[in-house]
Design a protein around this ligand. Sequence first.
Ligand code: UDP
Length: 340
Amino acid sequence: MKIISIVGARPQFIKAAAVARAIPEGHFLIHTGQHYDANMSDIFFEEMEIPKPKYNLGIGGCPQAAMTGRIMEALEEILVQEKPDTVIVYGDTNSTMAGALVASKLHTPIAHVEAGLRSFNRKMPEEINRVVTDHVSNLLFAPTQAAIDNLKNEGITKGVHLVGDVMYDTTLFYKKKMRPPKVKLPKEFYLCTIHRQENTDDIEKLKSIFAALRELPDQIILPLHPRTRKMLQNIDTQGLTLIEPVGYFEMLYLLENCKAVLTDSGGLQKESYFFGKPLLILREETEWIELIQCKVAHIVRNDPIDIQSKFKQIQALGRFPANLYGQGNASNLIAKYICG
Ligand code: UDP
């Protein structure tokens, strides 16, 4: 059997790390190049010992359509040559959708890891990528029952499997390797990440988020995504600890040692639950609705009043129910369904 995983962005390296371990034979990676900075890409392959991609398309830093188109063009050539039995795509990036579209037109079976997630906000590029990918996939690996229900509502029931979340597998596997980042950390701190386009592309929104963060009484550590850093020239960040993006092992340390998490990241929302940390979601909605339902998270959007008032109640959040995202064996189940 020949299996190809298509990855391009930081969260996909983290998800593919688990799947690559579960399918060690006859499986290789193609890196589209969507994330290319050393601290957004190389560090994950090195530290997590993810197999070096057989191909790197080197396509990053261009607008949505150009990126998707160029990835598709390059992938088609490779997939025609390699003739894989299955292509695995992850999550909701342009690399995910481009990979799924190319494979579907070549009649190559597609497995989508993290299928069925929906924000119901079609202004998010990620939502378009998810919907398109799910509708052309043959195997749909859903992390939650809510994801299964979303797929059912769109008429997708064939090939759907509830396997849990591969990011939980990754956290459990690498937890013992956590280590502090090379910055001086205060004794008590809150961990924050911001990179969703809906927050970074609107300077007024970003300003109001940072103004609200600056008003908070506690230390906030912010590993900054390159997209966010580019937008910060005219934004007052005094009092906040801005650091470069950290590697996964350092991120695990920050998660373990922070008091709570504030984020617009999809992955970090779940990881804060894995570490039993209360969470404020800096978005209008979340795909991970079970976190809201079981009251370990609040949605605070980018509204300074919401951010400040919910921050005051943050430590009251949290009777963390077990296994919202499976048993930590999602990647083994995925391997079983793909390889038989
Ligand atoms: N992450 C990391 N270093 C950072 C920021 C995030 O290792 O400086 C990890 C984080 O722990 C999670 C993943 O990257 O596993 C999430 O990626 P990101 O927030 O970029 O994307 P999203 O999950 O929102 O698609």
